[in-house]
Design a protein around this ligand. Structure first.
Ligand code: GMT
Length: 375
């Protein structure tokens, strides 16, 4: 098939899933065209089946808010017509689903019927999409999509609860490429991070409020009081400065490293003993799956799609949002005994294997075929 993929080209989960899916589809013989405003962060190699079309927005003094959605719709019309695409797959409803709807209508005037699949990723439904300023457009463009997928059962339920949805939603969970995300021997790195053989705790995110990164610091402080440990904070975002300030106030700066945005997250996970994900909401928790694939157990909150990934007491633990005492207690339980830690590590990897790319990719391919056949 010739597939157009629209996504945010950033390190964020939806962009990562879209890019990894596109790469895997291309490796499977499909022709994949990424249509977005920047080269996607993980589109870092050349393949004969991969194409990138940049959406550029012309600047004009009148535009306080440059109309990206219109530029994207126009680009979609262009790429669908001239590359003769069979399907558009848009990741993250806002504004991609409505831009695709507009393109679809325009393409009808050229006698082209392009099927559109929208994949819901999380905050497009749980946070931003619910805002009254977007809700009617999100509802309409989901209902007008030819196919809709969600990354967890919980996200599907949430979508049906909060929007007036008439379309069937297919759940296709996030996936992991185990050939990239696996435990790698990085002893030199581990020695540099934890010279006294301390336990290494890791958190990766976009440091937005929803990730509750302050809780990461509080949980770590409690862990450190019992077990010598180091904390690696990977990523960047609005809460980072507050997090650094809190570390100074708690007197733990020497044990916390803020690494900023990193490409090779798997290298960092390879030296980690535990991953913390205390999010307020999380439709799936791809970062937790990446950790588990690298044999890192996860202490998280019991929200959204996380219970569909973590097996409580086996691959990690889940606590109520904000219950830092319980998260610290669970973390200590995992970390304090080497044999127990190893059991959790093995179980984390075994669970991650259920989400291996080669198992999930056929679900997308079958869904594409179904939607194209029905259009
Ligand atoms: O919150 C993030 O990490 C970014 C966000 C995004 O939209 O890029 O991630 C969402 O999509 C990911 C991929 O499907 C999911 O694994 C994340 O759980 C989800 N984030 C939230 O629901 C908060």
């Amino acid at each position: 098939m010739k597939i157009g993929i629209v996504c945010y080209p950033t390190f964020g989960g939806s962009g990562v899933v879209a890019t990894e899916l596109g790469k895997a589809l291309a490796a499977h013989g499909h022709q994949v065209h990424f249509i977005t405003y920047n080269q996607p962060a993980r589109l870092d190699f050349f393949s004969a089946n991969l194409f990138y079309h940049e959406v550029s927005i012309s600047k004009y003094p009148l535009f306080d808010f440059p109309p990206y959605e219109l530029a994207l719709s126009s680009k979609l019309v262009d790429v669908v017509r001239f590359e003769k695409l069979d399907l558009l797959h848009v990741h993250y409803a806002i504004p991609h689903a409505s831009a695709a709807y507009m393109a679809k209508q325009i393409l009808k005037t050229y006698n082209i019927n392009i099927p559109v699949i929208t994949t819901l990723h999380g905050t497009d439904i749980t946070l931003v999409g619910r805002d009254p300023s977007y809700n009617p457009v999100v509802t309409f463009s989901i209902n007008e999509s030819d196919g809709v997928t969600a990354v967890s059962e919980d996200l599907k339920k949430d979508t049906l609860n909060h929007f007036n949805i008439t379309k069937e939603i297919q759940v296709i969970p996030n996936f992991i490429d185990l050939s990239r995300f696996s435990l790698k021997p990085r002893e030199h790195f581990k020695k540099a991070i934890a010279p006294g053989d301390e336990r290494v705790i890791t958190h990766t995110s976009n440091f937005r409020k929803v990730k509750r990164t302050m809780d990461v610091i509080h949980v770590f402080k409690k862990i450190k009081e019992t077990i010598p440990s180091k904390l690696l904070m990977v990523g960047d975002g609005p809460e980072r400065a507050n997090n650094e300030k809190l570390c100074r106030e708690l007197g733990i700066v020497d044990d916390v490293r803020f690494l900023g945005k990193q490409d090779a997250v798997e290298e960092i996970l390879s030296v980690s003993d535990l991953f913390l994900m205390p999010s307020e909401s999380e439709s799936f928790g791809l970062a937790a799956l990446e950790a588990m694939a690298c044999k890192v157990p996860v202490v998280a909150t019991n929200v959204g799609g996380i219970p569909e990934l973590i097996v409580n007491g086996v691959t990690g633990f889940m606590s109520n949002v904000g219950d830092v005492d319980d998260m610290a207690k669970n973390a200590l339980y995992i970390l304090e005994d080497c044999d127990r830690l190893n059991t959790f590590k093995k179980a984390a990897l075994n669970r991650a294997k259920k989400f291996e790319l080669s198992l999930i990719l056929p679900h997308y391919e079958a869904y594409y075929q179904k939607i194209v056949d029905a259009s």
